[in-house]
Design a protein around this ligand. Structure first.
Ligand SMILES: NC(=O)c1ccc[n+]([C@@H]2O[C@H](COP(=O)([O-])OP(=O)(O)OC[C@H]3O[C@@H](n4cnc5c(N)ncnc54)[C@H](O)[C@@H]3O)[C@@H](O)[C@H]2O)c1
Ligand SMILES: O=C(O)[C@H](O)[C@H](O)COP(=O)(O)O
Length: 374
């Protein structure tokens, strides 16, 4: 058996070798010629999996060790009886940490969040966790998700225009879709921009084309949008330097890049290959995630501004402004900044010692997902 895999899938080496020859190739370079004799394909988002790639191959199973699926031609795979899956939820904790770090940067830059309104567009695996991060920072949370609204009678959907009018911070967590009842392509456009509350913050860590960058520039120039944060870009990796200049934070599509998130993606990929080819390792898990020497944080005095305390703790685990600074220094290295991303561990891997009784802080830390001791 032959499996072709993207060479940027951590923890994968060794897992499938007892059962198959595994050839590792940079994701963007995997081509039809590599797949002539392959049975399985494991990718991340940099491989476009479509008819052109697979039509002459005998590949029977494809897995993307990511949440996003917009690089997979799903109708074609299904029409050709090729089993496929992605890794739903794998890096949602990582994006939650990214957004919490953005909240921390706002707090530290004189944009206090307590009592403000957070609008979440797309409330799936990531959006639901981001809602908890918003609550941790004392925000009122509004949610917009028409597909969920159709299916779940209890889901409290807020119309998109109303959400945009009412929110101080708007964050997008939708898949990229161009068709269907609720397409998300250019969800922020000339019309929706005009709905936004003056002086608000816009965050996009979903897919670049969800936000029309020309319109975002317009919003920033007119100060309708006070701060913007982008992890995903319309033409990544060739990003607009003019737009980058105007952003509060701009990062190279790394919101989901915690080690935990990548390990979860790899686990899902190996399990899928096991199920498809009967390898008997359906419960395989990526293990031995790297740890730092000290993963305990201590809170002694609690500052008057609770959110600042929270922000300090969040930033000790992950400081998004450093990722932004690295991209600012070398935007041309977008892909290599991703390829050589430093180790980042999510909140549940960190323990916070709260020496004094401080219920509100403990609640907030719980909402973020830290381990707490005291
Ligand atoms: N930047 C990163 O590193 C990173 C990491 C993880 C996920 N992502 C992206 O974030 C997005 C969300 O990921 P997820 O795991 O939460 O996906 P998900 O599928 O779990 O959730 C997406 C939600 O969006 C909703 N939705 C669909 N169309 C909508 C519309 N028009 N308006 C409002 N809601 C709509 C769906 O009903 C669903 O609840 C995806 O685009 C994913 O690719 C990016
Ligand atoms: O879709 C996802 O899971 C995320 O966007 C993820 O961060 C993509 O990572 P990549 O495959 O580009 O390494």
């Amino acid at each position: 058996m032959l499996i072709i895999a993207d060479d940027k899938i951590p923890f994968l080496k060794g897992a499938l070798e007892p059962f198959a020859d595994v050839v590792y190739i940079p994701g963007a370079s995997i081509g039809p010629e590599d797949l002539n004799n392959a049975d399985g394909l494991i990718v991340r988002t940099r491989t476009k999996v479509n008819e052109e790639l697979l039509k002459h191959s005998k590949v029977k199973a494809v897995v993307s060790a990511t949440i996003g699926t917009d690089h997979l031609d799903i109708p074609w795979l299904e029409a050709n009886n090729i089993a496929w899956t992605n890794a739903p939820g794998c890096n949602s904790g990582s994006v939650k940490q990214y957004i919490a770090s953005v909240f921390s940067a706002l707090e530290m830059n004189y944009f206090p969040l307590r009592g403000k309104t957070l609008g979440i567009v797309g409330v799936g695996n990531v959006g639901s966790k981001v809602a908890k991060a918003g609550e941790a920072f004392g925000m009122r949370v509004l949610m917009n998700d028409p597909p969920r609204n159709e299916k779940e009678p209890d889901f409290e959907n807020v119309d998109l225009n109303v959400l945009l009018q009412m929110s101080d911070v708007v964050t997008f967590h939708v898949p990229l879709t161009r068709e269907g009842k609720y397409p998300t392509w250019y969800l922020l456009n000339d019309t929706t921009l005009m709905m936004m509350k003056r002086g608000s913050v816009l965050i996009n860590s979903s897919r670049g084309e969800v936000v029309e960058e020309r319109v975002l520039m317009k919003g920033l120039s007119s100060e309708l949008i006070k701060h913007a944060v982008l992890d995903v870009w319309e033409h990544e990796p060739d990003i607009s330097l003019e737009l980058q200049e105007r952003l509060m934070i701009g990062t190279p599509h790394i919101a989901g890049y915690s080690v935990d998130g990548k390990a979860n993606g790899t686990t899902a990929a190996v399990r899928f290959m096991s199920q498809q080819f009967g390898l008997g390792i359906d419960d395989w898990s990526a293990s031995e995630l790297p740890v730092f020497d000290d993963m305990t944080l201590t809170v002694k005095e609690v500052n008057d501004r609770l959110n600042l305390e929270l922000a300090k703790l969040v930033v000790s685990t992950y400081d998004v402004t450093k990722d932004s600074q690295r991209l600012r220094e070398s935007p041309q290295h977008f892909e290599s900044l991703r390829g050589n991303y430093p180790v980042r561990r999510e909140f549940p891997a960190w323990q916070v010692k709260v020496t004094k009784e401080h219920e509100t802080l403990k609640n907030a830390l719980q909402l973020l997902g830290f381990q707490i001791s005291g």
